[in-house]
Design a protein around this ligand. Structure first.
Ligand code: UFG
Length: 336
Protein backbone atom coordinates (compact mmCIF):
# COMPACT_ATOMS: atom_id res chain seq x y z
CA UNK A 1 0.00 0.00 0.00
CA UNK A 2 1.53 3.30 -1.12
CA UNK A 3 1.33 6.47 0.93
CA UNK A 4 2.18 9.68 -0.92
CA UNK A 5 4.02 12.23 1.22
CA UNK A 6 4.38 15.84 0.11
CA UNK A 7 7.35 17.74 1.51
CA UNK A 8 8.95 14.62 2.96
CA UNK A 9 12.49 15.78 2.21
CA UNK A 10 11.79 18.16 5.09
CA UNK A 11 12.16 17.64 8.82
CA UNK A 12 8.90 16.03 9.96
CA UNK A 13 8.14 14.36 6.64
CA UNK A 14 11.50 12.58 6.49
CA UNK A 15 11.10 11.12 9.98
CA UNK A 16 7.57 10.05 9.12
CA UNK A 17 8.80 8.41 5.89
CA UNK A 18 11.14 6.27 7.99
CA UNK A 19 8.37 5.36 10.47
CA UNK A 20 5.96 4.42 7.67
CA UNK A 21 8.56 2.32 5.86
CA UNK A 22 9.40 0.55 9.12
CA UNK A 23 5.69 -0.16 9.61
CA UNK A 24 5.63 -1.84 6.19
CA UNK A 25 4.09 0.87 4.01
CA UNK A 26 5.44 1.86 0.61
CA UNK A 27 6.37 5.53 0.63
CA UNK A 28 6.41 7.85 -2.39
CA UNK A 29 7.55 11.43 -1.99
CA UNK A 30 6.94 14.67 -3.84
CA UNK A 31 9.06 17.68 -2.93
CA UNK A 32 10.30 20.75 -4.81
CA UNK A 33 13.38 21.10 -2.55
CA UNK A 34 12.61 24.79 -2.07
CA UNK A 35 13.56 24.38 1.59
CA UNK A 36 14.97 20.85 1.71
CA UNK A 37 17.47 18.43 0.22
CA UNK A 38 17.07 15.16 -1.69
CA UNK A 39 19.90 13.86 0.49
CA UNK A 40 17.35 13.53 3.32
CA UNK A 41 15.35 11.05 1.24
CA UNK A 42 18.48 9.15 0.24
CA UNK A 43 19.27 8.75 3.93
CA UNK A 44 15.70 7.62 4.70
CA UNK A 45 16.20 4.87 2.12
CA UNK A 46 19.54 3.97 3.64
CA UNK A 47 18.06 3.82 7.18
CA UNK A 48 15.12 1.62 6.18
CA UNK A 49 16.61 -0.38 3.30
CA UNK A 50 13.53 0.52 1.23
CA UNK A 51 13.24 2.50 -1.99
CA UNK A 52 11.20 5.69 -1.76
CA UNK A 53 10.29 6.97 -5.24
CA UNK A 54 11.06 10.69 -5.22
CA UNK A 55 9.35 13.15 -7.55
CA UNK A 56 10.70 16.67 -7.88
CA UNK A 57 7.62 18.82 -8.41
CA UNK A 58 5.66 21.74 -7.03
CA UNK A 59 2.51 20.37 -5.39
CA UNK A 60 0.58 23.27 -6.96
CA UNK A 61 1.53 21.98 -10.44
CA UNK A 62 -1.65 20.12 -11.38
CA UNK A 63 -0.29 18.36 -14.46
CA UNK A 64 2.77 17.10 -12.59
CA UNK A 65 0.66 15.95 -9.65
CA UNK A 66 -1.83 14.12 -11.88
CA UNK A 67 1.05 12.18 -13.34
CA UNK A 68 2.40 11.36 -9.87
CA UNK A 69 -1.01 10.13 -8.72
CA UNK A 70 -1.33 7.99 -11.87
CA UNK A 71 2.09 6.43 -11.29
CA UNK A 72 1.97 5.90 -7.53
CA UNK A 73 -1.78 5.19 -7.01
CA UNK A 74 -1.63 6.19 -3.34
CA UNK A 75 -4.07 4.85 -0.78
CA UNK A 76 -3.50 7.94 1.38
CA UNK A 77 -1.78 11.30 1.25
CA UNK A 78 0.17 12.99 4.04
CA UNK A 79 0.62 16.68 3.34
CA UNK A 80 3.76 18.14 4.92
CA UNK A 81 4.72 20.57 2.15
CA UNK A 82 4.34 24.24 3.01
CA UNK A 83 6.12 27.41 3.94
CA UNK A 84 6.55 27.59 7.70
CA UNK A 85 8.54 30.63 8.82
CA UNK A 86 6.28 32.69 11.06
CA UNK A 87 8.24 35.96 10.71
CA UNK A 88 8.58 35.67 6.93
CA UNK A 89 4.83 35.08 6.66
CA UNK A 90 4.23 38.49 8.26
CA UNK A 91 6.58 40.15 5.76
CA UNK A 92 5.32 38.17 2.74
CA UNK A 93 1.72 37.20 3.47
CA UNK A 94 0.65 36.68 -0.15
CA UNK A 95 3.54 34.29 -0.76
CA UNK A 96 2.30 32.20 2.19
CA UNK A 97 -1.38 32.25 1.26
CA UNK A 98 -0.61 31.54 -2.41
CA UNK A 99 1.73 28.65 -1.76
CA UNK A 100 0.16 26.93 1.22
CA UNK A 101 -3.42 27.19 -0.07
CA UNK A 102 -2.71 26.49 -3.76
CA UNK A 103 -0.73 23.35 -3.01
CA UNK A 104 -3.46 22.01 -0.76
CA UNK A 105 -6.28 22.77 -3.21
CA UNK A 106 -4.40 21.11 -6.06
CA UNK A 107 -3.64 18.10 -3.90
CA UNK A 108 -7.27 17.67 -2.82
CA UNK A 109 -8.44 18.03 -6.43
CA UNK A 110 -5.98 15.38 -7.57
CA UNK A 111 -7.10 13.10 -4.75
CA UNK A 112 -10.76 13.50 -5.74
CA UNK A 113 -9.97 12.78 -9.38
CA UNK A 114 -7.86 9.75 -8.49
CA UNK A 115 -10.37 8.40 -5.96
CA UNK A 116 -7.86 8.69 -3.11
CA UNK A 117 -9.89 9.21 0.07
CA UNK A 118 -7.47 9.51 3.01
CA UNK A 119 -5.84 12.84 3.82
CA UNK A 120 -3.56 13.51 6.77
CA UNK A 121 -2.52 17.10 7.30
CA UNK A 122 0.32 18.76 9.21
CA UNK A 123 -1.55 21.36 11.18
CA UNK A 124 -0.22 23.27 14.13
CA UNK A 125 -0.98 24.40 17.65
CA UNK A 126 -0.79 27.85 16.14
CA UNK A 127 -4.47 27.48 15.08
CA UNK A 128 -5.47 28.00 18.72
CA UNK A 129 -4.24 31.57 18.38
CA UNK A 130 -4.34 33.67 21.49
CA UNK A 131 -7.92 32.86 22.40
CA UNK A 132 -7.88 29.56 24.22
CA UNK A 133 -6.57 28.72 27.70
CA UNK A 134 -3.87 26.06 28.17
CA UNK A 135 -3.78 23.13 28.05
CA UNK A 136 -5.43 23.18 24.63
CA UNK A 137 -7.87 20.41 23.83
CA UNK A 138 -9.07 19.75 20.28
CA UNK A 139 -12.31 21.50 21.27
CA UNK A 140 -10.55 24.68 22.39
CA UNK A 141 -11.48 27.73 20.38
CA UNK A 142 -9.40 28.26 17.23
CA UNK A 143 -8.77 31.35 15.13
CA UNK A 144 -7.30 34.66 16.23
CA UNK A 145 -4.01 33.51 14.69
CA UNK A 146 -1.19 36.01 15.13
CA UNK A 147 0.40 35.63 11.67
CA UNK A 148 -0.42 34.59 8.05
CA UNK A 149 1.38 31.26 8.46
CA UNK A 150 -1.02 30.39 11.27
CA UNK A 151 -3.99 31.49 9.21
CA UNK A 152 -2.94 29.20 6.34
CA UNK A 153 -3.03 26.26 8.76
CA UNK A 154 -6.42 27.41 10.04
CA UNK A 155 -7.80 27.80 6.50
CA UNK A 156 -6.44 24.47 5.27
CA UNK A 157 -8.17 22.76 8.19
CA UNK A 158 -11.48 24.28 6.99
CA UNK A 159 -10.79 23.35 3.35
CA UNK A 160 -9.95 19.73 4.13
CA UNK A 161 -12.88 19.32 6.52
CA UNK A 162 -15.17 20.76 3.84
CA UNK A 163 -13.91 18.20 1.33
CA UNK A 164 -14.79 15.43 3.78
CA UNK A 165 -18.31 16.84 4.26
CA UNK A 166 -18.82 16.85 0.49
CA UNK A 167 -17.51 13.30 0.08
CA UNK A 168 -18.83 10.98 2.81
CA UNK A 169 -16.27 8.31 1.86
CA UNK A 170 -13.39 10.62 2.66
CA UNK A 171 -11.27 10.56 5.81
CA UNK A 172 -9.42 13.67 6.95
CA UNK A 173 -7.10 13.66 9.95
CA UNK A 174 -5.80 17.04 11.13
CA UNK A 175 -2.72 16.71 13.32
CA UNK A 176 -1.97 19.76 15.42
CA UNK A 177 1.73 19.63 16.21
CA UNK A 178 3.15 21.41 19.21
CA UNK A 179 6.94 22.05 19.10
CA UNK A 180 8.78 19.27 17.24
CA UNK A 181 12.45 18.85 18.19
CA UNK A 182 15.01 16.03 18.25
CA UNK A 183 16.18 13.83 15.43
CA UNK A 184 16.40 10.18 14.40
CA UNK A 185 18.62 8.32 16.91
CA UNK A 186 21.05 7.43 14.10
CA UNK A 187 21.98 11.10 13.68
CA UNK A 188 21.52 10.65 9.90
CA UNK A 189 18.38 12.78 9.48
CA UNK A 190 17.32 15.87 11.40
CA UNK A 191 16.17 19.47 11.20
CA UNK A 192 18.13 21.46 8.62
CA UNK A 193 16.94 25.07 8.63
CA UNK A 194 18.28 27.36 5.94
CA UNK A 195 19.94 30.52 7.24
CA UNK A 196 19.72 31.54 10.87
CA UNK A 197 17.20 29.31 12.67
CA UNK A 198 13.93 30.82 13.86
CA UNK A 199 13.16 28.04 16.30
CA UNK A 200 14.69 27.44 19.68
CA UNK A 201 16.25 23.95 19.44
CA UNK A 202 18.11 24.44 16.14
CA UNK A 203 19.31 27.78 17.48
CA UNK A 204 20.62 26.07 20.63
CA UNK A 205 22.40 23.35 18.64
CA UNK A 206 23.99 25.90 16.29
CA UNK A 207 25.28 27.88 19.28
CA UNK A 208 26.58 24.64 20.80
CA UNK A 209 28.39 23.67 17.59
CA UNK A 210 29.95 27.16 17.34
CA UNK A 211 28.05 28.46 14.29
CA UNK A 212 26.33 31.18 16.34
CA UNK A 213 27.85 33.10 19.30
CA UNK A 214 25.02 32.93 21.83
CA UNK A 215 21.31 32.30 22.23
CA UNK A 216 18.94 35.24 22.67
CA UNK A 217 16.26 34.33 25.20
CA UNK A 218 13.20 36.26 24.05
CA UNK A 219 11.83 37.66 27.32
CA UNK A 220 12.23 36.64 30.96
CA UNK A 221 9.25 38.53 32.35
CA UNK A 222 6.41 36.25 31.23
CA UNK A 223 3.94 34.92 33.75
CA UNK A 224 5.69 31.52 33.89
CA UNK A 225 7.71 29.86 36.69
CA UNK A 226 11.08 31.28 35.51
CA UNK A 227 9.73 34.12 33.37
CA UNK A 228 10.74 32.54 30.02
CA UNK A 229 8.30 31.18 27.44
CA UNK A 230 6.85 27.71 28.00
CA UNK A 231 6.24 25.27 25.12
CA UNK A 232 5.29 21.64 24.63
CA UNK A 233 8.37 20.15 22.93
CA UNK A 234 7.76 16.80 21.26
CA UNK A 235 10.39 14.43 19.90
CA UNK A 236 10.06 14.18 16.12
CA UNK A 237 10.28 10.36 16.29
CA UNK A 238 7.25 10.32 18.61
CA UNK A 239 5.52 12.68 16.20
CA UNK A 240 6.33 10.36 13.29
CA UNK A 241 4.85 7.42 15.22
CA UNK A 242 1.71 9.53 15.69
CA UNK A 243 1.39 9.77 11.90
CA UNK A 244 1.48 5.99 11.52
CA UNK A 245 -1.33 5.74 14.08
CA UNK A 246 -3.25 8.52 12.33
CA UNK A 247 -2.93 6.64 9.03
CA UNK A 248 -4.27 3.44 10.59
CA UNK A 249 -7.17 5.47 11.94
CA UNK A 250 -7.85 7.13 8.57
CA UNK A 251 -7.87 3.76 6.81
CA UNK A 252 -10.73 2.62 9.04
CA UNK A 253 -12.87 5.74 9.38
CA UNK A 254 -14.55 8.51 7.41
CA UNK A 255 -15.15 12.17 8.28
CA UNK A 256 -12.78 14.62 9.91
CA UNK A 257 -10.92 13.99 13.15
CA UNK A 258 -8.47 16.31 14.91
CA UNK A 259 -5.63 15.31 17.22
CA UNK A 260 -3.15 17.32 19.27
CA UNK A 261 0.32 15.81 19.07
CA UNK A 262 2.44 16.99 21.97
CA UNK A 263 3.56 15.61 25.32
CA UNK A 264 1.18 17.56 27.54
CA UNK A 265 4.13 19.01 29.47
CA UNK A 266 5.33 22.60 29.31
CA UNK A 267 9.09 23.31 29.34
CA UNK A 268 10.56 26.81 29.59
CA UNK A 269 13.32 28.22 27.40
CA UNK A 270 15.81 28.15 30.27
CA UNK A 271 14.74 24.65 31.31
CA UNK A 272 15.45 23.47 27.76
CA UNK A 273 18.83 25.20 27.72
CA UNK A 274 19.80 23.56 31.00
CA UNK A 275 18.48 20.15 29.92
CA UNK A 276 20.55 20.45 26.75
CA UNK A 277 23.70 21.31 28.70
CA UNK A 278 23.11 18.37 31.04
CA UNK A 279 22.37 15.88 28.26
CA UNK A 280 25.33 16.88 26.09
CA UNK A 281 27.93 18.37 28.42
CA UNK A 282 28.13 21.39 26.07
CA UNK A 283 27.63 24.94 27.38
CA UNK A 284 25.07 27.18 25.67
CA UNK A 285 25.86 30.85 26.35
CA UNK A 286 22.73 32.98 26.36
CA UNK A 287 21.59 36.56 26.81
CA UNK A 288 18.20 37.85 27.83
CA UNK A 289 16.66 39.77 24.92
CA UNK A 290 13.32 41.57 24.44
CA UNK A 291 10.16 39.54 23.90
CA UNK A 292 9.56 38.41 20.31
CA UNK A 293 6.37 39.96 18.86
CA UNK A 294 3.48 37.49 18.63
CA UNK A 295 4.89 35.03 21.21
CA UNK A 296 2.57 33.65 23.87
CA UNK A 297 3.73 32.99 27.44
CA UNK A 298 2.67 29.38 27.64
CA UNK A 299 1.51 26.82 25.05
CA UNK A 300 0.96 23.14 25.81
CA UNK A 301 -1.39 20.39 24.81
CA UNK A 302 -3.94 18.12 26.31
CA UNK A 303 -3.06 14.95 24.36
CA UNK A 304 -5.57 12.61 25.99
CA UNK A 305 -7.66 12.28 22.81
CA UNK A 306 -4.74 10.91 20.78
CA UNK A 307 -4.03 8.41 23.54
CA UNK A 308 -7.66 7.36 23.86
CA UNK A 309 -8.57 7.18 20.16
CA UNK A 310 -5.27 6.45 18.40
CA UNK A 311 -3.50 4.57 21.20
CA UNK A 312 -0.60 6.98 20.77
CA UNK A 313 1.43 8.73 23.43
CA UNK A 314 4.76 10.53 23.31
CA UNK A 315 7.35 8.43 25.14
CA UNK A 316 10.65 10.23 24.62
CA UNK A 317 12.05 12.53 27.31
CA UNK A 318 13.43 16.06 27.10
CA UNK A 319 16.88 14.48 27.55
CA UNK A 320 16.28 12.28 24.48
CA UNK A 321 15.20 15.37 22.53
CA UNK A 322 18.40 17.21 23.47
CA UNK A 323 20.78 14.28 23.00
CA UNK A 324 19.30 13.35 19.61
CA UNK A 325 19.24 16.96 18.35
CA UNK A 326 22.88 17.24 19.34
CA UNK A 327 23.91 13.95 17.72
CA UNK A 328 22.38 15.15 14.44
CA UNK A 329 23.89 18.65 14.64
CA UNK A 330 27.35 17.61 15.77
CA UNK A 331 27.69 14.85 13.17
CA UNK A 332 26.28 17.12 10.40
CA UNK A 333 27.54 20.57 11.44
CA UNK A 334 26.53 22.10 8.11
CA UNK A 335 23.37 20.08 7.59
CA UNK A 336 22.93 17.77 4.60
N1 UFG B 1 12.94 31.41 21.66
C1 UFG B 1 14.01 32.11 22.18
N2 UFG B 1 15.07 32.35 21.38
C2 UFG B 1 15.16 31.93 20.10
C3 UFG B 1 14.06 31.21 19.56
C4 UFG B 1 12.97 30.97 20.36
O1 UFG B 1 13.99 32.51 23.35
O2 UFG B 1 16.15 32.20 19.42
C5 UFG B 1 11.78 31.11 22.51
C6 UFG B 1 10.48 31.71 22.01
O3 UFG B 1 10.30 33.02 22.51
C7 UFG B 1 9.46 30.70 22.59
C8 UFG B 1 10.21 29.37 22.55
O4 UFG B 1 11.59 29.72 22.49
O5 UFG B 1 9.18 31.01 23.92
C9 UFG B 1 9.86 28.51 21.35
O6 UFG B 1 10.03 29.26 20.16
P1 UFG B 1 10.06 28.57 18.72
O7 UFG B 1 10.31 29.63 17.71
O8 UFG B 1 10.97 27.41 18.74
O9 UFG B 1 8.59 27.96 18.56
P2 UFG B 1 7.16 28.70 18.62
O10 UFG B 1 6.44 28.11 19.78
O11 UFG B 1 7.26 30.16 18.54
O12 UFG B 1 6.54 28.23 17.24
C10 UFG B 1 6.37 26.86 16.97
C11 UFG B 1 6.51 26.62 15.48
C12 UFG B 1 5.40 27.25 14.71
C13 UFG B 1 4.09 26.87 15.29
C14 UFG B 1 4.03 27.09 16.76
C15 UFG B 1 2.79 26.49 17.30
O13 UFG B 1 7.73 27.16 15.00
O14 UFG B 1 5.46 26.77 13.39
O15 UFG B 1 5.13 26.47 17.41
O16 UFG B 1 2.58 26.83 18.62
F1 UFG B 1 3.13 27.57 14.70
Amino acid sequence: MTILLTGAAGYIGSHTAVALAEAGYDVAIVDDFSNSSSEAVRRCEELTGRKMPLYEADVADKAAMEKIFAETKPEAVMHFAGFKAVGESVAKPLKYYRNNLDTTLTLLECMAEAGCKRFIFSSSATVYGAKAAVPYTEDSETGGCTNPYGWTKFMIEQIAAGAAVADPDMSVVLLRYFNPVGAHASGRIGENPSGIPNNLMPYITQVAVGRLPHLNVFGNDYDTPDGTGVRDYIHVVDLAAGHVKALEYALGHTGTEIFNLGTGHGVSVLELVHAFEKATGVKVPYEIAPRRPGDLASVYADCSKAERVLGWKAVKSVEDMCADSWRWQSSNPNGY
